[in-house]
Design a protein around this ligand. Sequence first.
Ligand code: FAD
Ligand code: NAP
Length: 538
Amino acid sequence: MPTAAPTAAADPLDAVVVGAGFAGLYQLHRLRGQGLRVRVFDAAEDVGGTWYWNRYPGCRCDVESVDYSYSFSPELDQEWTWTERYAAQPEILAYLRHVADRFDLRRDITFSTSVTAASFAEDRWTVTTDGGETVSARFLIMATGCLSVLKPPEVDGLDRFAGPVHHTGRWPHEGVDVSGRRVAVIGTGSSGVQSIPLLAADAARLTVFQRTPSYVLPAHNRPLTSEEIADRKANYPEHRAAARTSGFGIPRAPATGERALEVSPAQRRARYQGAYDEGVLIALGGTFADLRLDQAANDTVAEFIRGKIRDRVADPETAEALSPRGYPFGTKRHALDTGYFETYNSEHVELVDLRQTPLVEVTGTGVRTTERLYEVDVLVLATGFDAMTGALLAPDIRGRDGRTLREAWADGPRTHLGLAVAGFPNLFVITGPGSPSVLSNMVVSIEQHADWIADAIAELDRRGLPTIEATPEAEAEWVAHVAELADHTLLPKADSWYIGANVPGKPRVFMAYLGGVGPYRQRCDAEAEAGYPGFRLG
Ligand code: FAD
Ligand code: NAP
């Protein structure tokens, strides 16, 4: 992918944006719209972020495409037509490429270039790349993604394996031909759940190494009808507006105040069944008000899902091994599947329960557990990401007095509103820790942040002020508020990546804001309307 020369290379930059996924693209468009000179860097060879890197078979969104798309351009809404309820990765990437072309964004993006360091002095950020370039800008905006830094499995011998090893988050562009080959998949989160049925369809033998079973619900994916498309295009503005004030970024009536144990088992089951049949990520969790709050209530929905697994998996032992236990439903982002459980009914697919027989090593020819060696030709790692902080802590970011972000976040991430960090003036983070972020339809959250940041910069410029910086007091208050909300729920109980539990040594801090997308937006808007009381404007 050729990289166009930046438009404003010779002029001093207003902003550097790191990342050219959903967030970086829209941030560039917004800032350019108010006359700022912006450069975007991305390690990838093209736009797309998540949808550039994750090309594994079966990769698709878990929020319906008519919701999981930009809302900023009514024209774009009318021009673009989604083909499926849940678009697959190539279609989402095509959409983002279209956006880049439609809004002429590429000329300010430098691809195949990582930002390795950034430091703040004299009201400007100096940003260094692995291409040896150094640029200076007033603002540094990290649109680096919550799920963009890979987490490998903690197992010896990966480098000894003679065959190909592919992480789902760095899938080769030319695809991986597994036909007639023995394939191993390590990991059964969303990426594993989506890829396993398609890998099984082609492979001679598929062995799935599972440590923790996931709560998995059917996507009921299908092509969209022309009536559905026409209807949505006619109502996009109302629909988008409702998404912005909703709890999750998907327009939906909020749960009634009803509690799960207040109704009869038959009523409960009927409610769960209705939601299960919908194929909407948040439907089941929204059936009762207390599913995320009360363990006994949660147990009822967890058991409902285990019953569905028993219905779908022929072998009772395999069904039990695939059944999530020991952590509440809704405390990790659950997966939406197409044929996941049925895959285990095929003769050539085997599930290895790593809780019974843990991983020991990868050898030249396969994967060894405490029980035996499984010989395979291709190894697939669906082992997830160093989520939320991985990409922010990878570059050497230094704020006031040379203090590094790694030092500031040694005990876990600290932000004001998930947008800014005390001691790091003019640094903004899109969908950062402390915002709804990964607990939402992320495109809605991304647009909200990019708009808020652009408005804050416009306000500084109107007032002729060079810097904006979160105060330590506002940051401390927000960190406490985020933790307090989480502690009222069951979410911190799970060893999820929301709390950093998937990365050995990572501080155990619940990283997302649980107050909901709509209320969070109100809080951010109130901050701006009150003249940014949680920030020092310099
Ligand atoms: P990303 O898309 O991750 O883009 C960040 C970019 O920054 C990357 O291209 C990366 O190369 C670049 N970058 C990072 N660090 C540097 C650096 N130092 N220098 C240069 N470049 C850098 N969310 C939903 O709401 N619904 C979904 O259905 C959904 N499905 C998902 C499916 C998968 C497989 C995954 C992994 C995530 C999914 N997500 C989903 C979350 C998804 O990440 C967000 O929805 C969204 O795409 C994030 O956009 P972004 O621009 O913030 O980050
Ligand atoms: P993930 O949810 O973190 O799952 C990683 C899997 O790998 C888990 O089963 C984990 O087991 C396993 N694993 C990790 N290290 C291991 C080790 N050393 N040994 C054995 N098993 C190991 O990652 P993901 O599936 O890539 O999904 C991450 C997030 O991306 C999702 O939660 C979602 O937000 C997003 N996503 C969305 C979609 C979608 O449907 N649109 C698709 C993919 C991803 P443990 O649980 O025991 O650690």
